[in-house]
Design a binder for this molecule. Structure first.
Ligand code: 13P
Length: 263
């Protein structure tokens, strides 16, 4: 049984697509999915910062929501190299990705950084997309549940129940992400999503906690997307490589939509 009436599907293009590539991708994706504009699908794309302005021209007035891959927790100031919520508003961003595995592990961001960003994103009226996930070592030591719990408790520490209405969570096991990723098996994903749901319900109450979309990410591909979306408490998919070709992304969307709506 699904808890939500909407399906959430999106992609983060990481540091791959140039402005020209992003525009071409979005133009195709918009055309291919135009018929789904009024369907219960929330479709979002999170390109590089430099592509946001052009991306906004293509997505504005469409069914595709635009996201940013990161955000500073201040509106302005002495933060060389950072991008503020005010700047993201200017270019039509509505979703802010926070704490992606690569931010945590390559750039050493910690749970307290995520807390500040999640709070600021919510206060600024964005949808915070908080990404969480355990490393292989944490999994091997039996610490997956504890790791996710810590990431959620700290990352969402300042979020009110009212703000939680805008919140999305992405569960992305670190070992399952990217070119060297090992796809997670369904039982494992189901167990983790159930655990995340329990924590969200404990934190925000049963009613609000049950309404927060929990997306799965990490080596999602056309072969495993259907099995993953059929799992309880998987409300969407957050896809990297397999969604960077608009036709393939569109195929995945078509594969999973009927399954999700009937589950
Ligand atoms: P892949 O689908 O390429 O493993 O990446 C997932 C991801 O990091 C989405 O944010």
């Amino acid at each position: 049984m699904k808890k939500l009436n909407r399906l959430y599907l999106g992609t983060n293009t990481k540091m791959y697509k140039t402005i020209a590539e992003t525009t071409s991708f979005l133009t195709q994706l918009r055309q291919l999915t135009e018929d789904l504009a009024d369907s219960p699908l929330t479709l979002f794309v999170i390109p590089s910062f430099t592509s946001l302005e052009s991306a906004n021209r293509i997505t504005s007035g469409s069914h595709i929501r635009l996201g940013a891959q990161n955000m500073c927790w201040e509106d302005q100031g002495q933060f060389t190299g950072e991008i503020s919520p005010v700047m993201l508003k200017e270019v039509g961003v509505s979703v802010v990705e926070i704490g992606h595995s690569e931010r945590r592990h390559v750039f050493r961001e910690n749970d307290f950084d995520q807390e500040k960003k999640t709070a600021k994103a919510a206060q600024s009226g964005f949808t915070p997309l908080l990404c969480i996930g355990e490393t292989l070592t944490q999994r091997e030591y039996g610490l997956s549940g504890e790791t996710l719990s810590t990431q959620l408790k700290v990352g969402l520490h300042s979020i009110t129940t009212e703000q939680a209405e805008q919140l999305w969570i992405a569960y992305e096991p670190v070992w399952a992400i990217g070119v060297n990723g090992i796809p997670a098996d369904s039982d494992y994903v189901a167990e983790r999503h159930a655990g995340i749901r329990r924590i969200l319900c404990a934190r925000f109450g049963e009613e609000q906690g049950s309404r927060i979309p929990i997306l799965y990410g990490g080596s999602v591909n056309p072969q495993n997307a259907q099995e993953l979306i059929a799992l309880p408490d998987v409300d969407g998919l957050f896809i990297g490589r397999s969604a960077w070709d608009a036709s393939q992304f569109n195929r995945i969307i078509r594969q999973v939509m009927p399954l999700y709506m009937n589950k």
